[in-house]
Design a protein around this ligand. Structure first.
Ligand code: FES
Length: 278
């Protein structure tokens, strides 16, 4: 028998925000009934803020609890804040999940990602994925038993630091039936860690790159509208800046100035960068 936190039990017994939103602004799905569990999430978004969220799920208690807490986590947040939520955040918010049930938190993350991928003109440039994968519109199915794609496995490895096939199975279900895909899963793990090693920057290289991107990419963009940016300090992943003006020419016009700077630095330097205005 698995050990569940009180929060998991509470959200399973009293799920919040169950149902459907008519005329939702974003809808996302993950899993499928054929694979044992599925989740559909509906979002109402006004002025870039998620004002309502509901879900319909078919799955175990952990799937219900993960979906329920996810809706509570996102209501009241901006779209940019919601985009940063990972399956790890969902599991942490629940006070943890048994390893064998982590795939329920991944299903929540996937459904959220699916809902937001077509909202606005946001593009998540993952510099660790190779170009071919980014350009490949047809997602490659690695585990046919559960319909799990390469991208889902890749994200689960990256977000949760998974190192073994067994961990990937716990988090995504891939490999948990006939086992034919286990070799392919191992290949993805090997590729991920090879690329991570190749692409990781030393702290000094990171500071240099941030400086370079601000000077040659962000600042010229802001100057077009009479604005500018001054780099005040870099503390690990935190980048402290002074901002002036606006950014009507920025490619994502719905972004605030700070969000534009943060998105650019995340796309070009490191996904974990947080921009703080001082
Ligand atoms: S193909 Fe992945 S478990 Fe069967």
């Amino acid at each position: 028998m698995w050990d569940y936190s009180e929060k998991v039990i509470d959200h399973y017994r009293n799920p919040r925000n169950v149902g459907k939103i008519d005329n939702a602004d974003a809808v996302g799905e993950a899993g499928s009934l054929a694979c044992g569990d599925s989740l559909k999430i509906y979002l109402k978004i006004e002025n870039n803020i998620v004002t309502d969220a509901k879900f319909q799920t078919f799955g175990c208690g952990s799937a219900v609890a993960s979906s329920s807490i996810l809706t509570e986590m996102i209501i009241g947040k901006t779209v940019e804040e919601v985009r940063k939520i990972t399956n790890k955040d969902i599991a942490d918010q629940l006070g943890g999940l048994p390893p064998e049930k982590m795939h329920c938190s991944v299903m929540g993350y996937e459904a959220l990602e699916d809902a937001l991928k077509n909202y606005g003109d946001y593009t998540d440039l993952d510099d660790l994925r190779n170009e071919e994968a980014n350009n490949n519109k047809e997602e490659k199915i690695v585990c046919t038993c559960f319909g799990i794609t390469e991208n889902v496995i890749w994200d689960a490895i990256k977000i949760n630091g998974l190192k073994t096939v067994e961990e990937v199975t716990n988090y995504t279900k891939a490999g948990g039936a006939c086992g034919r895909c286990k070799g392919a899963i191992q290949d993805i793990i090997d590729t991920y860690y090879k690329k991570t090693k190749e692409s990781s920057l030393s702290p000094a290289q990171k500071i240099l790159k941030i400086n370079n991107i601000i000077e040659n990419q962000i600042s010229p963009e802001l100057k077009k509208d009479g604005g500018d940016i001054t780099l005040v300090d870099i503390d690990g992943d935190k980048v402290l800046v002074k901002l002036r003006g606006r950014c009507s020419g920025c490619k994502n016009s719905h972004l605030t100035l700070k969000a534009f700077v943060e998105t650019t630095l995340r796309e070009t330097v490191d996904k974990n960068i947080e921009v703080i205005e001082v």
